[in-house]
Design a protein around this ligand. Structure first.
Ligand code: OGA
Ligand code: NI
Length: 304
């Protein structure tokens, strides 16, 4: 197992061409990197760590009282299937309400939880737009080009993950997968467990107190016409101590459609994907979280 080899990108230096080149290289060769000087307030980070621990320590009844449902994806869940296999984890998802079925749910009796989750999510949103502008530039487009798919009502959400101590024979914390959105910004605690697949081997993503982990999702892979790859990753079962992590999934408006950007298409490398509707893709993907409906939808299904 290789450690410590995931690239590091200094967000404070993203205006410099050398840093943009480092980002491009990280997206091309790994699809995974750590970001330092990310601008998320240390208090927001430590409040979120505390909130995660408080929430998952609640009695199961209190957590199940705010379970997500097939109509409302926001809330608690502990039966998630990745690759049609049960993951050894509990989750809490927070995302935007739509005035109808979708609505954030909050646990009773945790007065600071809501504020911590909302503040941290807001900071992630800012950082995600910054990284997206840099990626847009690296793909030869104007900095604001890719963000047009997000608009005022993007479908990004924050997930809190709790991986209880379990026997590894029960399987993984999360089975290998790629993330379906554009980018994922992940806060992990000091417990190692996240691994990324590259060149035929699994590599540990070393926890770093001063950094967040960022990975390219399926949408960036499509935009870049495979210049960047959404890296396969997984979380091993927690054997000694429980593990907590918080991915922010940066996702476009449900009405958005994505396809390779013009600068990544030419005669030698024609578009490799047909246009994909995010709303449709997401509906198909999440349906598989609830029941084994056969093979999970993958962007590969949209390959030309
Ligand atoms: C995920 C994921 C990694 C982690 O939730 O999609 O890959 O470290 N999580 O929790
Ligand atoms: Ni993931």
């Amino acid at each position: 197992m290789n450690t410590n080899s995931i690239p590091v990108v200094d967000v404070a230096r993203l205006a410099h061409s050398t840093t943009l080149e480092e980002l491009d290289e990280a997206c091309r060769s790994w699809g995974f990197f750590q970001v330092t000087n990310h601008g998320i307030d240390t208090a927001a980070v430590s409040n979120l760590h505390a909130a995660m621990r408080e929430f998952f320590a609640l009695p199961m009844d209190a957590k199940r009282a705010i379970s997500r449902t097939q109509g409302n994806p926001w809330g608690f869940y502990d039966r998630e299937l990745t690759k049609n296999t049960l993951d050894q984890k509990q989750i809490f998802d927070y995302g935007p309400g739509d005035g109808q079925l979708r609505a954030p749910q909050w646990p009773a009796g945790l007065p600071t939880f809501r504020r911590a989750v909302i503040d941290y999510t807001r900071s992630c949103e800012k950082l995600a737009y910054k990284l997206l502008a840099a990626i847009s530039t690296n793909l030869g487009m104007a900095p604001g080009y890719l963000s047009r798919a997000f608009g005022s009502s993007h479908s990004s959400f924050l997930r809190l993950n709790y991986y209880p101590v379990t026997d590894p024979s029960n399987g993984f914390g999360v089975h290998h997968h790629t993330d379906a959105g554009a980018l994922t910004l992940l806060l992990q605690d000091e417990q190692a467990g996240l691994e990324v697949f590259r060149n035929g081997a699994w590599h540990l993503v070393e926890p770093r107190r001063d950094a967040l982990v960022v990975n390219v999702g399926d949408i960036v892979q499509v935009w870049s016409n495979d210049r960047y790859r959404a890296a396969l990753h997984r979380v091993t079962a927690s054997v000694a101590k429980p593990r907590f992590s918080a991915p922010y999934f940066f996702c476009p408006d449900y009405r958005a459609t994505y396809e390779p950007v013009p600068t990544e298409i030419d005669g030698a490398r024609p578009a490799r994907y047909r246009p994909i509707s995010w709303g449709e893709f997401y509906r198909l993907r999440t349906a598989g979280d609830y029941a084994d409906l056969g093979e999970e939808v993958q962007i590969g299904h949209y390959r030309i």
